[in-house]
Design a protein around this ligand. Sequence first.
Ligand SMILES: [Zn+2]
Length: 424
Amino acid sequence: MTDYGTSNPGFEADVIMTAAVLGLAVSYIKNLVPIRFDMDPRDKDKEWELFKEVVQRLNSAAVGYLGRNNLLPSGTVEAGFAPLHTKGAVVVGVYHLAGQKTPDSVNEPELSPKGKVLYEKIRNEQLPQYVGRGAYTGFVDNWNTVGDTDPVGPLSTVRFLVPQPDVPHETPMPHPRWLPPTSSELWRLRLRRNTQDLYVPWGMIGGDKAQNSPNTWMSNPTNAPNEADQITGLMKTQGMVFEGEPTLSDIAGYTHGMIQAIYKAYGLGPSATPYEITVGTETTKLASCVPCSLFMISLGYPPTSIHLGRGESWVPLLEPYTPGRSSESVERAVIRDLNNSWQDECAEWLTLGLKVLDQAAVTDDHQASVTAVRQYLDTNSRDKSVASALILDAVSIHDSELSRISRTLNPADSVESIAPTHRW
Ligand SMILES: [Zn+2]
């Protein structure tokens, strides 16, 4: 997020994520590849019209940009449905460089013999893993016949503390992350109800619900006195691992299972495939969030489906992490290399997306934020990690990408109807 005194962090988050999605979309369709965003088929009746209309705004902005710059668009931005799924269905990062193909079925993945055994244990929740809201478990199938032949998992979402700039750190320190100043309005909802000064640290999922009394629809295993702490308590009892306790000067971030799986898969070589398996009963969309998708695509593992929901406080790994094991130093090189590639692509996409926004139908109240974000990116352009840091900052303000895009872009002039496409 920019640190300009006049900036509006909420609008900037809208602009940053809209630009990232547009940059990604334009880079696809100018190479003749359509890109599709999917919604949960079970929300079809209540959301499809809105979803389709917002995707049309993306398409109009992207196609318009290419047309005005004499780049004939041959692909389009499409709206569709994520696959209907059953328990144990998977999202796959398809490593096209190694000749991997999009699987025929995401409900019955074709796995190695050892992979199948581990997959069944994860699907049947026989191993410790997070099974609460939005639970997907990362898993790597491994077809190697020599060397390390073991599949990897379960890799659940883990909550980490984002390292502080003054803490000595082994990986190159990226651009400093944005923490709202204490005077920011954003802290108001994070003040725990019935307290004078007890705030929920930045980044924590559910943190904006500290003013609410506990939600009676959810269980409250820790007898928390407010909804924010109730959500944290519930996540913990549902198996999420918390590495470190955030203080008010910390930022909490969450590394999704697919992301952990990609580092492991990359380390194992081209015979390994990263998966995310749906677990528990509270996970609905069989698709990757936008921040996961950006990471996956930047490394050549595009997901089988992308949704425009939330990727709240998404972070990549900054240190090797293996549940229940000490970190392995060989993984540092993998993390450094993959994070560098991701940072480079974030810079490409964000820069391109801001150019698209320059010529697109941006809403009046978001114009100034487009200028501010571009100025900040230009001013800090020598820092290669600034674009990725802006994306991480943006998703620390929790909202769906669909809402952000709909606030940033005006409805398209000519709304052609987009027919839903089904891949499965
Ligand atoms: Zn994700």
